[in-house]
Design a protein around this ligand. Sequence first.
Ligand SMILES: Nc1ncnc2c1ncn2[C@@H]1O[C@H](COP(=O)(O)OP(=O)(O)OP(=O)(O)O)[C@@H](O)[C@H]1O
Length: 242
Amino acid sequence: MAEAILEIRDLSSGWGDTQVLSGVSLSLAHGDVLAILGRNGVGKSTLLSTVVGRATHRSGTVTLAGHGIEKLAVYERAKRGIGLVPQEREIFPSLSVRENLLVAAKPAAHEAAQPWTLDRVIDLMPRLGERINNGGSQLSGGEQQMLSIGRALMGNPSLLLLDEPMEGLAPVIIDGLVAALHRLRAESRLAILLVEQHVSLALEFTDRVLVLDRGMTVYDNSDGRSKPDRERIDALTGVSEN
Ligand SMILES: Nc1ncnc2c1ncn2[C@@H]1O[C@H](COP(=O)(O)OP(=O)(O)OP(=O)(O)O)[C@@H](O)[C@H]1O
């Protein structure tokens, strides 16, 4: 198996005294995309928050490129190559698109095949180029999402965490974002953890799926040895209820 960029073993975590995740394990190699699926409130975002260091780690290990990171602060993990596109997007509303991107720039922790620059981000998401001098607060939801992704890429991550990137966006905007994410996947060796509510969208990107329910893994083909079992995944994520 290829060398893992992210390895999680028997992870339990939560928020303060509240435990959310129990015994979650996964492994992700360079270039892998793993979708984290599940109903509302099952702990998908908490998993990403635990990897970046925002949530409370209780037990188990989180290893990035062979180094345990459970005890590191949020900024130290970012420096080591974790990029997060949070559900709330977290762009600077008072800064322009250009400024938002430039303040997020940092060199790769490990040698990157092709570093991310302002031009490369705009080439991936041309809409950001058209809005380059606009303030963050003047952007549509879809443009803010692109900017949030662009900011994460400017940090030259080796691991990208995407938290429901299509949430709340119009179908035409989703098409543009999906195209950008496909290109991103094809052109870089980024490992991606994609949290999604929509099974079909997630399966457009990857065959590897981990389903959470009440903080525990209830389906996992993340080793890539079997095709995703759509019927089971739909049942576990409650697709028929949507
Ligand atoms: N920042 C936070 N502080 C405290 N509790 C939180 C925080 N974020 C999430 N939680 C709690 O953790 C539990 C799991 O929520 P989480 O957001 O991880 O679920 P999710 O699967 O991502 O669902 P959703 O799709 O609704 O975001 C919930 O009980 C939630 O209230």
